[in-house]
Design a protein around this ligand. Structure first.
Ligand code: BDR
Ligand code: CA
Length: 310
C-alpha cells in the first residue's frame, strides 16, 4: 500500500506530542515535514517541543517554524493553555532534561507547505492541529494551493457541542478566528475534526499505566506528560477519567477515515462580538466542508495504543 504523503502543523502541546508520535509511527503515513504555530505555547517553544519529541522518538522529520501571532491581535490563549499543557507546553517535563537543540530548517513553514504541495500536486494531505494562521497565510500567499492539495484535516471547532476554552468556542479556532473563517470558507477540501468527536475519544488513566510499566525513556516521558494532561482534565471536570485525544484523532482520520462519520455542511465562524471563535452551521456559504459528527471511539483508541507501542 502506498503511504499517504502528509504535512503536520502543530502548536506542541501534550496532545500535539501524542499526535506527532502517532503520525511518525504509523506505517500508512509518509510525514514529509512538521510546521509549527503559536497556540498552546509561543511558536519558538512549539518548535523546541516538536524537536524534543522527534529527538526522543529518534525521528529526523524536518521542522519548519511558522506564525508567531494571529492574523490580527495577539495570542489570546496562553494563560489558559499553561494550566492544561504546563508552562513549557509539555507538562513541565522539559525543565530537567538535557535538551539538545535540533536542526531547525531555514525555510518558513508557509513556503515549505507551498513548495511541497506544488512538488506533489493532488498528493499532499495537510493535517492542522493548532490555530489556522499558517494555512490562512498559505492561501493568501498562493491561492493556487487550494486546488492542488489532496485534502485538509483540521482539529478545531465545536459545531454541535459546547467549546472548551470558552463555553462557545474551541481553542484552535478561538486562537485565530479570522484565519479560521478564511480557511473554512476557502473551497479547500476540508474535514473538520472538532470537539463533537474528540471529546468522545478520552484516553483513560489505565492506558497510561501500561506505558509506565515499560522502563524505557520514551514510554516514561509520554506517560508523564499524559498524566499531567489527565490531571488538568480532572481539575476542570472532576471524574472525567481521561484526556481528550484531540490532535491524535485528526491524524487517525487521515490513517483511517472510517473511524468517523461526517456530514457536509456550511460552517460559520464568529470573528466579532461576544461569541468570538464560535463555529456553527450556516444555511449558505462559499463551500461546504465535511464535519465529523460520530466516532468509533473504541476502535480508534485501540489503533492509537497499538500504533504507539510505548
Ligand atoms: C485543541 O487545543 C489545544 O489545546 C490542543 O492541542 C488541541 O489542538 C483542543 O481544543
Ligand atoms: Ca494542538
Amino acid at each position: 500500500m502506498e503511504k499517504k504523503k502528509v504535512i503536520l502543523d502543530v502548536d506542541t502541546g501534550i496532545d500535539d506530542a501524542l499526535a506527532i508520535a502517532y503520525a511518525t509511527k504509523s506505517k500508512c503515513l509518509d510525514l514529509l515535514g512538521i510546521t509549527t504555530c503559536f497556540g498552546n505555547v509561543h511558536v519558538e517553544d512549539a518548535t523546541r517541543n516538536t524537536q524534543f519529541v522527534l529527538q526522543l522518538l529518534k525521528e529526523e522529520t524536518p521542522v519548519y517554524q511558522g506564525s508567531e501571532r494571529p492574523l490580527s491581535g495577539k495570542e489570546p490563549y496562553l494563560e489558559v493553555a499553561k494550566k492544561i499543557h504546563g508552562n513549557d507546553g509539555l507538562g513541565n517535563h522539559l525543565q530537567d532534561k538535557g535538551y539538545a537543540q535540533h536542526h531547525q530548517e531555514e525555510k518558513h513553514a508557509i513556503d515549505f507547505v507551498i513548495d511541497t504541495v506544488k512538488t506533489y500536486p493532488h498528493e499532499i494531505t495537510l493535517i492542522f492541529v493548532g490555530p489556522l494562521t499558517n494555512l490562512a497565510r498559505i492561501i493568501e500567499k498562493d491561492p493556487e494551493i487550494i486546488h492542488l492539495v489532496k485534502e485538509v484535516v483540521i482539529m478545531g471547532g465545536a459545531v454541535t457541542v459546547p467549546g472548551n476554552v470558552r463555553s462557545y468556542a474551541e481553542a484552535n479556532i478561538f486562537s485565530d478566528p479570522n484565519a479560521a473563517k478564511k480557511v473554512l470558507q476557502s473551497s479547500l477540501p476540508i474535514t473538520l475534526v472538532g470537539l463533537d468527536v474528540t471529546m468522545n475519544t478520552l484516553l483513560p488513566r489505565n492506558s497510561v499505566d501500561q506505558w509506565l510499566k515499560n522502563e524505557n525513556e520514551v514510554s516514561q516521558f509520554f506517560a508523564g506528560i499524559t498524566n499531567y494532561y489527565i490531571d488538568a482534565y480532572e481539575n476542570f471536570q472532576p471524574g472525567i477519567g481521561g484526556c481528550g485525544l484531540h490532535d491524535p484523532l485528526a491524524v487517525g482520520v487521515v490513517i483511517d477515515p472510517s473511524f468517523v462519520e461526517t456530514k457536509s455542511m456550511y460552517i460559520e465562524v464568529e470573528t466579532t462580538g461576544d461569541m468570538i471563535g464560535k463555529t456553527s452551521v450556516a444555511t449558505e456559504g462559499t463551500s461546504k466542508i465535511n464535519v465529523c459528527l460520530k466516532v468509533e471511539e473504541e476502535r480508534f483508541l485501540q489503533h492509537f495504543m497499538k500504533t504507539l507501542e510505548f
